[in-house]
Design a protein around this ligand. Structure first.
Ligand code: CP3
Length: 362
């Protein structure tokens, strides 16, 4: 590829990263590649110390702090990628919505968006939004310089998951208000989800243009939808989000929780790699998806709280199962729980890196 981005990234040495080869389905005999969703954050004492006195969302907008937090787990655990430290609601904050992340709860919006009038009142995403993204670009530039040859993964929340928070105003167990709006006022839902996809898509594109080597779309709540409802009310907006980076030479990972029944439509939304949670085996996922789809996953986070023997057996099983895919990047089935002993993660990475590529595929 001769996209100018490719050249600038090669300067940092990420062009030869085995993780990116696996995301592209290119065979490599390097040891297994691994990173962890939510590898940055509360499981790390150095994170808690740095964050002291700064709110979660403020820390995302201080470039030096966001960069340092992103690099901390790479330094400590020797994982094969950084995941940009930010949050799925950061673009909403940058667009001007009032949102906080309540510790132990999650994102809380001051004014839920439920009616046509609420949607009319959403901020216009004009040039001032591009300017507001500047701390994100700066944080990414600092991070990729610091990471050197280790790739940085950029991310955004899927419109369905982010819009659920907007409609509910706060985390909810079954996203009833969001799912009800989708079905009772589809035209209002469409305008809301389109707005979210635009804001999140530009947030994602800014990360790639500033140096991220791959992207992941997180659809944490997609699993609450049937395939039919997903296709009608979520897929078009997830596709619109991915389209913001479709012209750039970066792998596009799509991850959902409890979404085994949605692997095919989530892939159709424009993903080049599928993230898989621990409720389905990688072998099964590979059977469902088109041949040649690289996979990411899916160690059950529960084994972070077991004896090492159980944990390493799970790692072996995931590598063996992932061999069914043409390209496998190891991850957890969902994020690192805050109460995880960081040494457990460091040892798990070391164990995975001791395995030969023969144990996994491409
Ligand atoms: O290592 C990483 O993955 C860092 C980047 C990251 C964060 N949030 C940082 C964060 C990413 C990729 C996210 C995505 C995110 N945020 C998702 C999708 C992934 C998933 O886990 O399902 C969702 C649903 C959110 C919304 C959100 N933000 C929740 C539910 C929470 C947890 C609230 C809590 O205290 O339990 C947050 C806060 C958050 N985002 C933290 C971090 C490190 C914790 C903030 C703190 O230190 O208190």
């Amino acid at each position: 590829e001769d996209h100018p981005l490719q050249r600038s990234r090669a300067d940092h040495g990420t062009a030869d990263a085995p993780l990116l080869a696996r995301y592209r389905g290119v065979a490599t005999d390097a040891p297994p590649s691994v990173w962890f969703m939510r590898q940055a954050g509360r499981s790390l004492p150095e994170y808690r110390k740095l964050r002291e006195g700064t709110t979660m969302l403020d820390s995302c907008l201080i470039p030096e702090m966001a960069a340092e937090i992103t690099v901390q787990p790479v330094r400590r655990h020797r994982v094969d990628a950084g995941i940009f430290f930010s949050d799925i609601v950061v673009p909403m904050r940058l667009a001007g919505l009032e949102v906080e992340i309540k510790p132990g709860v999650g994102p809380v919006f001051a004014r839920p968006v439920r009616t046509e009038a609420d949607v009319d009142a959403l901020p216009v995403l004009d040039d001032s939004f591009e300017e507001a993204l500047e701390p994100i670009r700066q944080a990414v530039r600092l991070t990729v310089t610091e990471l050197g040859s280790t790739p940085l993964i950029g991310f955004a929340g899927a419109p369905f998951t982010v819009a659920s928070y907007l409609v509910e105003g706060a985390p909810s167990r079954d996203h009833l208000a969001a799912r009800a709006l989708m079905r009772s006022r589809p035209e209002v839902w469409e305008r809301l989800a389109t707005w979210v996809a635009e804001a999140s898509g530009r947030f994602l594109r800014a990360q790639v243009l500033a140096g991220a080597s791959a992207v992941q779309q997180f659809d944490s709540w997609a699993g609450s939808l049937s395939e039919q409802t997903y296709r009608a009310g979520a897929l078009p907006y997830s596709r619109a989000l991915f389209e913001h980076v479709a012209d750039l030479p970066v792998p596009r990972v799509h991850f959902g929780v409890g979404a085994a029944h949605l692997l095919t439509p989530m892939h159709e939304a424009g993903a080049t790699v599928m993230g898989v949670d621990h409720r389905i085996t990688l072998t099964e996922a590979a059977r469902i998806l088109p041949a040649g789809t690289p996979l990411q996953g899916n160690i059950d986070p529960a084994v972070l709280f077991t004896d090492e023997a159980v944990r390493f057996a799970e790692a072996d099983a995931v590598l063996a199962s992932g061999a069914a895919a043409s390209g496998h990047v190891v991850n957890l089935g969902h994020g690192v729980p805050p109460e995880t002993d960081p040494q457990v993660l460091t040892d798990l990475v070391a164990y995975l890196h001791e395995q030969t590529a023969a144990a996994c595929s491409a």
